[in-house]
Ligand binder design. Structure first.
Ligand SMILES: Cc1cc2nc3c(=O)[nH]c(=O)nc-3n(C[C@H](O)[C@H](O)[C@H](O)COP(=O)(O)OP(=O)(O)OC[C@H]3O[C@@H](n4cnc5c(N)ncnc54)[C@H](O)[C@@H]3O)c2cc1C
Length: 396
């Protein structure tokens, strides 16, 4: 058990109640149909009316000059991520809020830009989303290879290229699009721009059909001479001197990885609870079969506890403004495979009852694999950790 303050405990309880009533049934339905819940689903409106679960991870804090500024609380975000993914990771990712677009704002935008683009999220009359588009057909793990071009024309930036696997992109008010002024410049050429929904030339190509985590959409876009005002360049032009653009992209991942990994812990807990209930109800008390299963359950619990501590530590560092590139990668490196082992062990315990395709565990198995890929694969996290061994800067 990790002691939580009263607001965090209350928030987790609230997520639990919403998860039981809405998120688990919605997730099972999406898994069955293959489609995420529609953006006008009453659950999303309910979340918005309650002040938006995601926006409750933002607290006003006193700045040195005495003014109140919004401060994101990554630790609380990790708790919400874990609890909501317990009920359904796909639906958890579809919760209204700025999402990865918000992480990109936090690492690159000026305070004025953050205030402007986050303003719609204060409207609780309807659900709002935002997203981030980095990945392209030829640039996934190696984000330095993005080819989407951006050029300045008068007081506008003009974008052309294509983006794929953009979570919640098709329902978003705006998307942070990463582009390059010149691919030959590599990382130094990167720029982040906000493209608002409905901007001419910013066209949805398709929504992917995924093997799991089907409760949220992943969209592909074409950008055909998309014009945005110069004010939509996050951070302003001076931000991109001395590779700040790429550092901004990496900082976005350092904020998002512990949260992403914490979702895995929630999914693993769901598998553990499922297996626990099965053993309690189906295996004769004091039998050898039950004893063997309990030993496996104990191992599953230990793995999850370790994963949880690693995720929360990385989120805690982010909360206190401490560089967490290494710890964020540890979280992403450790949690998904640990959870994969846990779900797999739960399937072993249930046997044929677990693999029927209407069974929760069978779905969790598919959902967890998807978790392994987003926000950087296992191999990429190893590259990040190895770089630290050789003394590369901790924030690189
Ligand atoms: C459900 C889902 C949602 C997503 N949401 C978003 C989103 O909102 N925004 C966004 O921008 N992107 C998003 N992504 C994209 C995601 O970040 C990429 O899929 C991921 O970075 C991997 O890129 P790739 O699929 O192109 O694989 P590749 O980069 O082509 O990698 C293929 C294989 O090669 C390995 N590999 C690559 N480089 C190395 C290396 N240097 N050393 C060792 N092994 C290596 C990888 O680990 C992997 O096993 C999402 C993806 C998924 C599946």
């Amino acid at each position: 058990m990790i002691p939580l303050d009263a607001p965090s405990r209350a928030l987790v309880e609230e997520v639990r109640a919403l998860g039981r009533q809405y998120m688990r049934p919605m997730g099972l339905e999406s898994d069955r149909t293959g489609d995420p819940p529609p953006a006008d689903h009453p659950f999303y409106l309910l979340c918005s009316r309650q002040g938006g679960l995601v926006s409750r991870t933002i607290d006003p804090e006193a700045a040195p000059d005495g003014a109140e500024v919004p401060q994101w609380q990554p630790f609380r975000a990790a708790l919400i991520a874990e609890e909501s993914a317990y009920w359904d990771r796909g639906v958890a990712l579809s919760l209204p809020g700025p999402g990865l677009g918000g992480s990109a704002l936090r690492s690159t935008a000026t305070p004025e830009q953050s205030a402007r683009f986050l303003a719609p999220f204060a409207d609780h009359g309807r659900a709002h989303w935002a997203a981030m588009a980095m990945t392209e057909p030829g640039a996934g793990s190696d984000v330095a290879r993005i080819q989407t071009r951006v050029r300045k024309e008068g007081r506008e930036w003009v974008l052309s290229g294509s983006k794929m696997f953009c979570s919640n992109g098709a329902r978003s008010d705006w998307v942070v699009v990463w582009a390059t002024v010149d691919p030959a410049l590599g990382r130094a050429g990167h720029r982040a721009l906000v493209v608002e929904a409905g901007t001419p030339g910013f066209d949805l190509l398709k929504i992917e059909h995924k093997m799991g985590s089907r409760g949220y959409e992943t969209a592909s876009f074409a950008l055909d001479d998309v014009r945005v005002p110069e004010e939509n360049l996050l951070g302003g032009e001076s931000f991109y001197e001395s590779r700040q653009g790429f550092r901004g992209a990496m900082a976005t991942f350092n904020l998002a990885r512990p949260i992403h990994a914490a979702q895995g812990v929630g999914m693993g807990r769901a598998a553990l609870d499922h297996a626990l209930a099965f053993v309690r109800d189906e295996y004769p008390a004091h039998g050898r079969r039950r004893q063997r299963a309990l030993e496996r359950l104990a191992d599953m619990r230990r793995e999850l506890h370790t994963a949880r501590l690693i995720c929360l530590h990385a989120a805690w560092l982010a909360r206190h403004g401490v560089t967490n590139a290494l710890e964020a990668s540890y979280a992403k490196l450790f949690a998904p495979p640990a959870v994969f082992r846990v779900v797999s062990a739960a399937l072993d315990i249930l046997g044929e009852a677990g693999v029927r395709n209407d069974a929760l565990l069978e779905k969790l198995y598919r959902d967890v694999k998807i978790l392994d890929i987003g926000e950087g694969t296992q191999q990429v996290q190893r590259v990040v950790v190895a770089r630290q061994l050789f003394g590369f800067p901790r924030d690189a």
